[in-house]
Design a protein around this ligand. Structure first.
Ligand code: CA
Length: 241
């Protein structure tokens, strides 16, 4: 029998929770309901879901602090979290992503959008198997520990930049178009514009510091990660000094 991905819905408003539950069932998922953080934790302890849909505003412990907590736990840190936020809560979205959420969806949302987002986080998570370690030049990424280092110095990256770099590192020296990056990194490009890729590439370069030059822009084609730069002695690159 085909495995129907298990989705834990943490939402305190019964009408919304039940609507999501019905839609997920029709969409080929196994939904599990929890109306508060205590019930959610109980469900997690009983059986790990494939995805967590986490409402931001919950009585008691907030969705944000739950996301943070689950990210810290060995058992739950790999589960994709999709945050449900209220319309226009920009700081919330940023805080949610910082807390370790994989994506967010703004209420009210359509069933199609919700299903597409869930499938997208599932696809994105799939290639990141535990212990997955990639090296390009002096850059080392460990997907299991979520760590990146350049010349043995640890770098701090946002979740999207991490995924973007992970993908580029798994396919170095190749040119990737924006559309292909959206498809492979974001998982679903129905709701995201291509210039979003440029924004995240810019952030990625900034976060990489001196290694940012490894992410090359290929005019009219897209982006490429090269390991060549790290092999070049720094002295040879500055003849004017
Ligand atoms: Ca709520």
């Amino acid at each position: 029998m085909k495995h129907l991905p298990r989705v834990l819905i943490v939402e305190d408003e019964p009408a919304i929770a039940e609507l999501i539950q019905v839609n997920l069932k029709h969409g080929g998922f196994t939904p599990v309901l929890a109306y508060d953080s205590v019930a959610a934790q109980r469900e997690l302890d009983a059986e790990l879901p494939d995805v967590i849909l986490l409402d931001w505003m919950l009585p008691g412990q907030s969705g944000l602090s739950l996301a943070r907590h689950w990210r810290k736990q060995e058992r739950t840190k790999g589960i994709p979290i999709l945050m449900l936020t209220a319309r226009g809560d920009e700081p919330d979205k940023v805080a949610g992503l910082d807390a370790g959420a994989d994506d967010y969806i703004t209420k009210p949302f359509s069933t199609q959008e919700l299903l597409a987002r869930i499938r997208a986080v599932l696809r994105r998570r799939a290639p990141e198997s535990p212990g997955d370690r990639v090296t390009v030049g002096a850059l080392v990424l460990d997907a299991a520990t979520h760590r990146i280092a350049w010349q043995s110095q640890e770098l701090k990256l946002g979740p999207t930049e991490f995924k973007l770099l992970h993908y580029l590192m798994k396919h170095p020296e190749r040119v990737h178009s924006r559309a292909s990056l959206l498809d492979k990194v974001w998982g679903d490009h129905v709701f995201i514009e291509e210039r979003t890729v440029d924004v995240h590439v810019k952030r990625l370069r900034e976060a990489l510091g001196p290694a940012g030059a490894m992410v090359e822009t290929v005019r009219g084609a897209g982006y490429r990660l090269t390991g060549m730069m790290a092999k070049t002695p720094a002295a040879a690159a500055s003849p004017e000094s």
